[in-house]
Design a protein around this ligand. Structure first.
Ligand SMILES: [Zn+2]
Ligand SMILES: [Zn+2]
Ligand SMILES: [Zn+2]
Length: 239
């Protein structure tokens, strides 16, 4: 896009023929069509196989299609009006757009930043987990989705009764992981730590017949994208 910017500045005010434009429009149009088809195929295949990574790349491709349609509209406008300076302005604007889009895609896939589709899936995962909460799952915190290219990695801490042995705690993690995979599919890498509950956990823990209970159960805290992401065990906030 540096080149596009340079060219658009270079040609500002200089009369220029538009015959390259038709070819450009055709090329961009074909690209847009291919992106859209590929994107739709990816999203459909991803939903079928429950692969978040595929759905996410498909959505990226489809959103690329929309910005490409914008470029085409600009180019058609130039071709129709024949106004030379619009050409340079449009090229400059889209140079910036392409640069920013490219930067965002690069950043999100390199640094593993959660995008909107990840957040949506995390929300779906949370509601599924709320529906299937088990009494030994006292809370879930420190949940992070990290993307390495197309591989998704989910990290979380599950609070379980402190007196579970390693085998029992591992069982709880496996059951939770099973529920998570129902939402994310098999392509997900999952790493869940188990934390032992603390005294303040009893107020939000509904485990019946707990031999170590310090205080009665008060209320269940529904899991939300926000509270499973926070860096501490859940507790009833004291006013
Ligand atoms: Zn970890
Ligand atoms: Zn923890
Ligand atoms: Zn307990």
């Amino acid at each position: 896009s540096g080149l596009i910017l340079y060219e658009s500045i270079h040609y500002l005010g200089v009369p220029r023929t538009l015959h390259q434009l038709d070819f450009g429009i055709a090329l961009i149009g074909v690209t847009a069509l291919l992106n859209f088809i590929m994107g739709s195929v990816c999203v459909r295949a991803g939903r079928k196989s429950n692969s978040l990574a595929l759905v996410a790349s498909g959505k990226h491709l489809i959103s690329d299609t929309w910005s490409t349609l914008g470029i085409i509209a600009g180019l058609v406008l130039i071709a129709l009006t024949g106004i030379q300076w619009i050409d340079s302005i449009v090229a400059m604007v889209f140079g910036v757009i392409i640069f920013v889009t490219g930067y965002k895609i690069l950043r999100s896939s390199l640094a593993g930043i959660m995008d909107e589709s990840d957040r949506e899936l995390l929300a779906k995962m949370v509601s599924r987990l709320n529906q299937h909460r088990e009494e030994n799952w006292i809370d879930l915190h420190n949940t992070r989705i990290i993307k390495f290219g197309s591989v998704l990695h989910l990290d979380a801490h599950l609070t379980v009764p402190w007196y579970l042995n390693v085998h029992e705690a591992h069982n709880e993690i496996d059951r939770l992981a099973g529920r998570v995979r129902e939402e994310f599919g098999e392509t997900l890498e999952l790493y869940v730590h188990s934390d032992g509950c603390l005294d303040f956990s009893c107020k939000i823990c509904s485990k019946s017949g707990c031999p170590a209970r310090q205080s009665p159960f008060e209320k269940r805290i529904e899991w939300t994208v926000q509270n499973i992401s926070q860096n501490q065990k859940h507790r009833i906030s004291t006013p």
